[in-house]
Design a protein around this ligand. Structure first.
Ligand SMILES: Cc1cc2nc3c(=O)[nH]c(=O)nc-3n(C[C@H](O)[C@H](O)[C@H](O)COP(=O)(O)O)c2cc1C
Ligand SMILES: CCCCCCC(=O)C(=O)O
Length: 370
C-alpha cells in the first residue's frame, strides 16, 4: 500500500510499522503491560449502536464548533504527543501547519522535539500547551513561555506521576535518538550522575524527575500563575470530575493516556457519559483514546463530549507523509464525521443527541427491546 492509497486513518499505522525503526514504532504504538486498555479503547466503540433519523434535509452539514470560546472547523483536535521528530524531520512544525490549515487545535506536548516558540512562529493557528510538571520553577517558565507565544490554554496532564510500564520500550531499549532533544526541557535534563544513580537512560532519568507529589492544590496553584484556562487531562472517574469542578478548571479531558499508563482502566468512551453527567454542564468535557473513525467521533459527541482529541493516527500520518500526511488524516476524519452526520440526519454538531446512540447499558436495561 502507498500513502496515496490510504482511505482510512488506521491504514497509516500499517504503513508506519513498515517504515519506522522498530524502536520508534514501538514507542508510538504500544500501551502499558498487556495492552488491555489500549485495545479496549477502540473495541468499546464497537458496542455502541447509532440510531439514525431519516428524511431530514441534510444537503448542508456543518461541523464547525466552539472550544473554550475559539471557533474551529470540527470537534476533532490533535492530542499532545511527544517527540514528533522521530516520525518526520519536520516534527511538530509539520503537525502544527496541518492543524492550522485544517482550522483546528493542536496541543503541543511538554515532550516536544520543537520548542514552544518555534511552533508559535509558524502561523496563527489555535494551540494549547500540554504541561508536565517537573518542578514549580520549570512549570512557571513553561507556562509563561506558552502564554507569551500565544497559546490559548494549558492542558495539565495528571495521569503520569510515573511512566506506565511499556514492555516494547524496555525490549527495544527506548532512547531519544541523539540528534534530537526535548527542546522545552533543556533545563531539566538529568546529569550523568543522576543517570548513573537511577541506572537508566537519559529518558528514564528525565521521567523520574517528574513531580510525583502533584495534587489538587497544585492545580489551584497553577491557576494562580497563569491567565490561561487550565484543562485537566486524565480524568476517568466521577469523583475526579467533582474535584475538578471544585478546583474551577476550565474543562476536563477524559483520557487514559491512550492505554499507556495504568493497564485495565476502562475505555474512555465507556466512562464518558457518567463524567458528563457529573460535570452538570458547568465545564466542557472532552475525550481522547481510540478515535479512529468518524462514527467514533459521532458516538462521543452523542454521549456528551464537547470535542475529541486524536493521538496515534496523527503520529503515523506524520511518519508517512509529514504535513501532507497529517492534513490527510484530519481530512479523512472530517469527511467521515460529515458523512456519519448526514446519514444519521444531523446538519450541525448541536443536532447530535443522546438518542442517536444506544450503548450496551441501554440495551441491557430490563425494559429494553433492543
Ligand atoms: C507516542 C505518544 C506520546 C504521547 N505523549 C504524550 C504527552 O507528551 N503528553 C500527554 O499528555 N499525553 C501524551 N500521550 C497521550 C495522548 O495525548 C493521548 O491521550 C492518546 O494518544 C490518545 O489515544 P489515541 O492514541 O488512541 O488517540 C502520548 C501518546 C502517544 C501514543
Ligand atoms: C517530558 C517527556 C515526556 C515523555 C512522555 C510522553 C508521554 O506522555 C508518553 O505517553 O509517552
Amino acid at each position: 500500500m502507498m500513502a496515496t492509497d490510504v482511505v482510512n486513518v488506521k491504514e497509516f499505522q500499517v504503513l508506519a510499522k513498515q517504515k519506522l525503526p522498530k524502536m520508534v514504532y514501538g514507542f508510538y504504538a504500544s500501551g502499558a503491560e498487556d495492552e488491555w486498555t489500549l485495545e479496549e479503547n477502540e473495541r468499546a466503540y464497537q458496542t455502541i449502536r447509532i440510531w439514525p433519523r431519516i428524511l431530514l434535509d441534510v444537503s448542508n452539514v456543518d461541523l464547525s464548533t466552539r472550544v473554550l470560546g475559539f471557533d474551529i472547523t470540527m470537534p476533532v483536535m490533535i492530542a499532545p504527543t511527544s517527540m514528533h521528530k522521530m516520525a518526520h524531520p519536520d516534527g511538530e512544525l509539520a503537525t502544527a501547519q496541518a492543524a492550522a490549515a485544517a482550522g483546528t487545535v493542536m496541543v503541543l506536548s511538554t515532550g516536544a522535539t520543537s520548542s514552544i516558540e518555534e511552533v508559535a512562529q509558524l502561523n496563527s493557528g489555535i494551540r494549547f500547551f500540554q504541561l508536565y510538571i517537573f518542578n514549580k520553577t520549570n512549570a512557571i517558565q513553561l507556562v509563561q513561555r506558552a502564554e507569551k507565544s500565544g497559546y490559548k490554554a494549558i492542558v495539565l496532564t495528571v495521569d503520569t506521576p510515573r511512566l506506565g510500564h511499556r514492555e516494547a520500550d524496555k525490549k527495544n531499549r527506548f532512547a531519544l535518538p541523539p540528534h534530537l532533544s526535548l527542546k522545552n526541557l533543556i533545563d531539566v535534563v538529568p546529569s550523568q550522575e543522576q543517570q548513573e544513580q537511577i541506572k537508566g537512560s537519559k529518558f528514564e532519568t528525565l521521567i523520574a524527575c517528574m513531580d510525583q507529589e502533584l495534587s489538587w492544590k497544585d492545580v489551584k496553584w497553577l491557576q494562580t500563575v497563569t491567565k490561561l484556562p487550565v484543562l485537566i487531562k486524565g480524568v476517568l472517574t466521577v469523583e475526579a470530575t467533582e474535584q475538578a469542578l471544585q478546583a474551577s478548571v476550565a474543562g476536563i479531558i477524559v483520557s487514559n493516556h491512550g492505554g499507556r499508563q495504568l493497564d485495565h482502566v476502562p475505555a474512555t468512551i465507556s466512562v464518558l457519559e457518567e463524567i458528563v453527567v457529573a460535570a452538570r454542564g458547568r465545564i466542557p468535557v472532552f475525550l481522547d483514546g481510540g478515535i479512529r473513525r468518524g462514527t467514533d467521533i459521532f458516538k462521543a459527541l452523542a454521549l456528551g463530549a464537547s470535542g475529541v482529541f486524536v493521538g496515534r493516527p496523527i503520529l503515523f500520518a506524520l511518519a508517512i507523509d509529514g504535513e501532507t500526511g497529517v492534513k490527510k488524516a484530519l481530512q479523512i476524519l472530517h469527511d467521515e464525521l460529515e458523512l456519519t452526520m448526514a446519514l444519521a440526519g444531523c446538519c450541525k454538531i448541536s443536532d447530535i443527541k443522546r438518542s442517536h446512540v444506544r450503548t450496551l447499558r441501554d440495551r441491557n436495561r430490563p425494559s429494553s427491546r433492543l
